[in-house]
Design a protein around this ligand. Structure first.
Ligand code: NAD
Ligand code: ZN
Length: 369
């Protein structure tokens, strides 16, 4: 006899990126993709490009036309809701007409800014109105993502992370509409990434995947993405030439898969602590993750040992004494901005996570960083 489930227990309908072009030189295909979007003479494209590429776009034959808007995104600070609102207003000022395409080219910061603006241009309102789950009501503008450093998975995920300074909160616009419509994955673009940055950002994939595989909220497809991403990341960082072309290719694939995995799962203990460091001390996401991962022996013992091995293999030294001499007020803020992350902490430690993640425990952990 066949036994069918009597009812649907949970019904999540997942979506991943519809199209992606992968390979060396793939970025040169951008012109053809954009030509297909430009149907009238006054159609224009908005490009958000990491400021590192200022003065370097010529050698990529970047297809910017006179009517387009080219915005270089500075990365000294992680993006805020105010920045997203400001960038959106600038696009509206540029033309009363909506752009035919939004292009984001850069690291996680730039990819996220482009995603946020594409949502805001069609939905109206302010960025902070959409921080949370499934609050974006209308499809975003068509957008193309081109990552230039691998690891966050921002190119493939359904969120764009923004700091909300007034609310002391770091949270994304989690929505299917936030997904890019098209990706260009060109491993030549990551050759110029500084070594430390390459390691920190690459480790975001490692951390996303170990956290989701250790969590209680599981999804068989998400698990498969995570396992494969983890295998590739380990190959890259266990090797002795993490930035060789073959490894940059692998890391680009791993980052993409890791981003797909996150759509079907949640992170765990590392990301909430890391968010605390970003909100209170302004430390960038991927470095903050590494600082926390280095102290995760109580929660992820095997993975923490592996992480330390990869640090050593790549000759990376993390900053130390980052939390030394913090005031009680700062510690309290660190605690609050860590335990606020209910979904990942419940995923990792269960609904009563605050019973074990006490102020004392959190403080002790931060003091080791
Ligand atoms: P980033 O955007 O913070 O950039 C890091 C640095 O690398 C910058 O100085 C940038 O100019 C430089 N850079 C980028 N590409 C380069 C290149 N090819 N050559 C030389 N320098 C280059 O990078 P990141 O670590 O990818 O992104 C971190 C951000 O991503 C954070 O804001 C974080 O919140 C966000 N994030 C988003 C998601 C998501 O799913 N949307 C997931 C994780 C993290
Ligand atoms: Zn992350």
């Amino acid at each position: 006899m066949i036994t069918f489930a009597a009812k649907v227990e949970t019904f999540t309908n997942s979506k991943n990126i519809a199209r992606y072009a992968f390979g060396r030189g793939a970025v040169r295909g951008l012109e053809t993709l954009l030509a297909a979007r430009r149907t009238t003479a006054d159609d224009f494209v908005v490009f958000f490009v990491d400021a590192f590429f200022r003065g370097r776009l010529g050698s990529l034959a970047f297809p910017v036309r006179p009517q387009d808007l080219l915005v270089f995104v500075e990365t000294a600070l992680e993006p805020t809701t105010d920045l997203a609102d400001h960038m959106t207003a600038n696009v509206r000022k540029h033309s009363a007409k909506a752009p035919c395409c939004v292009v984001g080219m850069g690291g996680g910061i730039t990819l996220d800014v482009a995603k946020a603006v594409a949502n805001l241009l069609t939905n109206g309102g302010k960025a902070e109105d959409f921080q949370g789950w499934d609050l974006v009501k209308k499809p975003a503008l068509y957008k193309i993502g081109i990552p230039t450093v691998s690891g966050t998975g921002a190119e493939a995920s359904r969120t764009c992370v923004l700091m909300n300074e007034k609310k002391n909160l770091k949270l994304g616009m989690n929505s299917e509409f936030t997904l890019y419509d098209q990706l260009i994955l060109d491993p030549d673009l990551t050759e110029s990434v500084p070594k430390e940055q390459y390691f920190y950002t690459g480790m975001d994939t490692y951390i996303h995947c170990i956290e989701s595989l250790a969590g209680s909220y599981r999804h068989p497809v998400g698990d498969a993405f995570s396992h494969e991403a983890l295998r590739l990341v380990s190959e890259v960082f266990d090797s002795n030439e993490m930035m060789a072309l073959a490894n940059r290719e692998k890391l680009m694939v791993a980052s993409y898969l890791g981003g797909c995995a996150i759509a079907n799962s949640y992170v765990g203990v590392v990301h909430p602590f890391s968010a605390g460091l970003s909100v209170v001390l302004g430390i960038h996401h991927c470095l903050a993750n590494c600082l926390v991962m280095n102290q995760m022996q109580d929660y992820y013992p095997r993975e923490t040992a592996h992480f330390k091995k990869m640090l050593k293999a790549q000759g990376i030294t993390l900053p130390s004494d980052v939390c030394r001499g913090l005031s009680d007020g700062q510690m309290e803020r660190l605690y609050q901005s860590t335990v606020i992350h209910e979904r990942p902490l419940t995923n990792a430690l269960g609904v009563h996570y605050k019973d074990t993640l006490t102020l004392r425990k959190v403080r002790e952990l931060f003091q080791r960083i």
